[in-house]
Ligand binder design. Structure first.
Ligand SMILES: *[C@@H]1O[C@H](CO)[C@@H](O)[C@H](O)[C@H]1NC(C)=O
Ligand SMILES: *[C@@H]1O[C@H](CO)[C@@H](O)[C@H](O)[C@H]1NC(C)=O
Length: 390
């Protein structure tokens, strides 16, 4: 499984195998595209494969913007439950509004992903035609899709209650072409989101949106159940870590946009959601299998006028579990045309024991981070690179 993950993380040419276009989706629509942004490094963008499917909303039921009559009822049936019936919080702060925007953006991406995945399995797309326990998998994913739709609708309704424009869907190009890759990717982004929802809770807590804390807590558990299932499908133990890796909204947003969104297909930026998209950072030639041991990793960053100063003023920050940010220097840093490469020690062994998800970002002014993850985004220039062990 690890090899599929590192492939996904690195955007290697294995993903470039020709993929059939699939124009007859009953949920969402897709079209052949020769332009792939995000996941593939900028170097490979120009030679991106043709025939990738690009997903666009709406779904057949009108989701997200214009649900058809009875669609909501049907979504609830498929989701095996209903959204809460309490009133949405009103008069919320800008930061709490950003919470709902971020959640809506993320949930729309998840809806796009799972609806494309269900479609691939349903239509026996090559790579998706030998799924073990196919019916049980489809039943589970169908519930997940409807549950994510309700998460998205809930966040959009909270925005509406505060007279804030809804978050529109984007076009998406997912860097996967087999069931195994799709599940590994689902597990990875679920891990990122799971770790980020406590950051959302911190904002609600600071701003006194107490009902939001409870609601988001119910979603954290829900996404944890999902990830246990994806991990089981990958033959991993269901619960990865005693304390999951913490995230920040900024990093999750950049990861979604960099890896899944067709750039320019929507307002995925500071104006719409509230966060800028950081420059890309990729791991290069990850050891396989990756283990929680002390080792050295190689990275590559897209540097199109992001940083012009000396590279030795930059540092790499690792975020893993609930450990305080781990800051290491860049080694062998070299400038390229529009990129730079470097190595960095990965202190995977005890005392950190860096299993599970690690978020890596390149920062300036590391001294200002001061032992708190909350101060990392303001110093971040490049990232996040996502590293998953076991
Ligand atoms: C669905 O299959 C197409 C064709 O292989 C592929 O391009 C796309 O990434 C797949 N999507 C998911 C979510 O598996
Ligand atoms: C691994 O690195 C950590 C942090 O630098 C250090 O404390 C530990 O002693 C190292 N372990 C081994 C086995 O070298």
């Amino acid at each position: 499984m690890h090899s599929a993950l590192s492939t996904a993380l690195l955007g290697l040419s294995a993903l470039a195998a020709a993929r059939p276009s699939n124009d007859n989706y009953n949920q969402g629509s897709s079209a052949a595209s020769t332009t792939q942004y995000g996941w593939m490094s900028s170097k490979t963008t120009t030679s991106a494969p043709s025939g990738n499917t690009v997903f666009s909303f709406p779904l057949a039921n009108g989701f997200p913007a214009s649900l058809k009559a009875d669609a909501l009822q049907q979504i609830k049936s498929l989701a095996h439950g209903v959204p809460g019936n309490g009133a949405a919080p009103t008069g919320i702060s800008a930061d709490s509004a950003t919470n709902f925007k971020f959640i809506a953006f993320n949930e729309l991406t998840e809806v796009a992903f799972f609806s494309e995945l269900i479609n691939n399995i349903t239509y026996n797309v090559p790579g998706y035609d030998q799924v073990p326990n196919r019916e049980a998998v489809l039943a589970a994913l169908t519930a997940v899709l409807a549950q994510e739709e309700l998460h998205a609708i809930g966040a959009e309704n909270a925005l509406k209650a505060n007279n804030i424009a809804p978050i529109a869907g984007c076009k998406y190009d997912f860097p996967v072409s087999s069931f195994d890759e799709a599940i590994t990717t689902a597990s990875l982004f679920t891990d990122v989101v799971l770790g980020t929802l406590p950051d959302v809770q911190k904002v609600f807590s600071k701003d006194g949106v107490i009902g939001g804390i409870q609601l988001v807590g119910s979603v954290i558990g829900q996404e944890g159940e999902q990830n246990g299932y994806y991990r089981t499908l990958e033959n991993k133990i269901p619960s990865a870590l005693p304390f999951l890796t913490a995230g920040k909204r900024e990093f999750a947003f950049s990861a979604l946009v960099q890896n899944f969104v067709v750039r320019g297909s929507c307002d995925a930026d500071e104006k719409s959601v509230g966060f800028k998209v950081f420059a890309r950072l990729n791991t290069v030639n990850l050891p396989s299998p990756l283990k929680p041991i002390n080792t050295t990793l190689s990275f590559e960053a897209d540097n199109d006028n992001i940083w012009n100063g000396p590279l030795d003023q930059l540092n790499l920050v690792y975020i893993n579990q609930q450990t305080l940010p781990i800051i290491v220097p860049l080694k062998n840093a070299k400038q390229g045309q529009k990129s730079f490469t470097f190595d960095a020690d990965f202190p995977g062994d005890f005392p950190f024991f860096m299993n599970g998800l690690t978020i890596a970002v390149v920062v300036q002014n590391a001294a200002l981070i001061n032992g708190t993850i909350d101060k990392v985004p303001a110093q971040t220039l490049f990232g996040p690179a996502l590293i998953e062990i076991n």
